[in-house]
Design a protein around this ligand. Structure first.
Ligand code: AR6
Length: 172
């Protein structure tokens, strides 16, 4: 299972995979962070399409094309805003990973790259978020549903170190 997982440091918009995941907000109309970077790299047609999609509830996922990105598809998911941990944040974040992987398979994507959903302006604690990400990826890969590679893209060295530590725990 673990050979299907890759951890890289870098910019998700540069990833050569079938689908990249966007940490969006419920409007799907763009924003800052990774969402802003994906919209800039994909070009204005992405916003035209996400406007037609018309939003996405927290924990769910919606698929669009990738336009000028190397990735053919963008899977937009909305992470929870961290509010201390008693507002169902963990289940909602797990839902983001589960539903993004499911949407990816339904679209025909076999390789998928994730950013650290909710770990930026939504303030979800990085280590716990990473445990949830890896646990859901492992469960999904074990169920054998057609994903060949899951790439976790870490933005910066601190994130990379956390992802490597959690990977050793969850997949080791
Ligand atoms: N490639 C990979 N990871 C990145 C990149 C990039 N180019 N840029 C940032 N990150 P955030 P959230 C990392 O804040 O917490 C937006 O405005 C970043 O270091 O982008 O889910 C949306 O519209 C962090 O680890 O997303 C929403 O309103 C992770 O991506 C809101 O932010 C996520 O940080 C969503 O907040």
């Amino acid at each position: 299972m673990k050979e299907k997982v890759e951890i890289v440091e870098g910019d998700i918009t540069k990833q050569e995979v079938d689908a990249i995941v966007n940490a969006a907000n419920t409007s799907l109309l763009g924003g800052g962070g990774v969402d802003g970077a994906i919209h800039r790299a994909a070009g204005p047609e992405l916003l035209e399409e996400t406007r037609k999609i018309g939003g996405c509830p927290t924990g769910e996922a919606r698929v669009s094309k990738g336009y000028n990105l190397p990735a053919k598809w963008v899977i937009h998911t909305v992470g929870p805003v961290w509010g201390g941990g008693n507002r169902n944040e963990e289940n909602l974040l797990a839902g983001c990973y589960k539903n993004s992987l499911k949407a990816s398979v339904e679209t025909g994507a076999k390789t998928i790259a994730f950013p650290g959903i909710s770990t930026g302006v939504y303030r979800f604690p990085l280590e716990r978020a990473t445990e949830i990400a890896m646990t859901e990826a492992r469960k999904f890969l074990e169920s054998g549903e057609g994903i060949e590679k899951v790439v976790f893209v870490c933005f910066g060295e601190k994130a990379l170190k956390t992802y490597q530590e959690v990977f050793a725990r969850v997949f080791g």
